[in-house]
Design a protein around this ligand. Structure first.
Ligand code: SER
Length: 319
């Protein structure tokens, strides 16, 4: 079957890499990147449409023009920013999803992807090896919107027959595009500061463990889920999805293996409370069993690869 794919939020941290991966898989012309930002780098090499996901008419026009078979709805406001702009965060994350779900049913779009997050869990969720089905009481606007989004995904699957699939991403670590306004952003910033200044001030405390994943694994898993036969998937809210867990102290030690003089200090801010409400590690056995998920990168592999790539990027000054 010939695919035509629309990606929203394509200029974001996930979108900028997922769009390129989708183009490698389906061909450049098959994947339309959309965003309110202007695409840069390799993302600019394929079709692009300016699209504010709250513009429902524009969504209808894009669907009519491109007749997509799949949509990856990545546009969202992350956890830390949404705490600053709660109503805006809710509106962006929720309204855009509902517009898309309705449009997808109407236009018979074959498959939709919705990113959920470890942020959908809360302080009464078991922290270690958090199960697929468990207490979810998010305390952030972002988390509430993701949990509600999961519920809508299941609703549209069950009541409207939409094949919508989702994972709960852990903190994602990447070097191509910076994340914007997440609680896990420290784990990226630390690499730039380590290379540029040899020192980092962490906004999370030394012993805050969080589930994390290296972007190549996140892309691989997302494509794997979207290619899995529909009848193998029993989770229609969102799949637990795990890479590895580390604390800021453990990450700093892993960086010190490469840069022995690197130093770190800790000044926790409002994001500490957000991190404290999230799990430490995730049980992703449903993903492993139902669509063959297996991460490829360890913490050490990720750190070596991040340092190598950020060094190269800094040398050519392309960030
Ligand atoms: N990385 C995201 C955040 O920190 C979690 O999904 O907001």
């Amino acid at each position: 079957m010939k695919e035509k794919i629309i990606v929203t939020g394509a200029c974001g941290q996930i979108g900028s890499e997922l769009t390129v991966a989708l183009r490698e898989q389906w061909g450049n012309e098959a994947v339309i990147a959309t965003d309110v930002k202007t695409p840069e780098g390799e993302l600019a090499d394929g079709p692009f449409a300016h699209f504010d996901v709250l513009d429902r008419d524009r969504l209808g026009a894009l669907i009519q023009q491109h007749k997509p078979t799949q949509v990856y709805h990545l546009a969202a406001m992350l956890s830390a920013t949404a705490e600053k702009y709660p109503l805006k965060g809710w509106q962006l994350n929720m309204d855009s999803l509902l517009y898309l779900l309705e449009a997808a049913v109407e236009a018979n779009i074959r498959k939709v992807f919705f990113p959920s997050s470890i942020g959908a869990f809360g302080s009464h969720t078991p922290k270690d090896q958090t199960p697929q089905y468990t207490t979810m009481d998010p305390s952030t606007v972002y988390g509430i919107s993701k949990l509600a989004g999961e519920g809508w995904c299941q609703y549209y699957f069950e009541k409207r027959g939409l094949d919508i699939r989702s994972v709960r991403y852990p903190g994602l670590i990447s070097y191509k595009t910076l994340p914007g306004g997440g609680t896990t952003d420290y784990a990226i910033d630390i690499f730039y500061q380590a290379l540029q200044k040899g020192n980092y001030t962490s906004f999370l405390s030394a012993d805050t463990p969080l589930p994390m994943m290296y972007m190549p694994d996140a892309i691989k898993g997302t494509l794997q889920l979207m290619e899995a036969p529909a009848d193998q998937l029993t989770v229609r809210t969102s799949y637990n999805f795990a890479g590895f867990t580390f604390t800021p102290d453990q990450l700093a030690q892993a960086i010190q293996q490469h840069i022995p003089s690197f130093t770190i200090q800790y000044e926790p801010d409002y994001r500490q409370a957000i991190a404290d409400s999230w799990p430490s590690s995730i049980d992703d056995s449903f993903a492993r069993k139902e669509w063959g998920w297996q991460p490829g990168y360890s913490l050490e592999d990720m750190v070596a690869d991040m340092l190598k790539n950020i060094r190269a990027k800094t040398a050519t000054n392309t960030y």
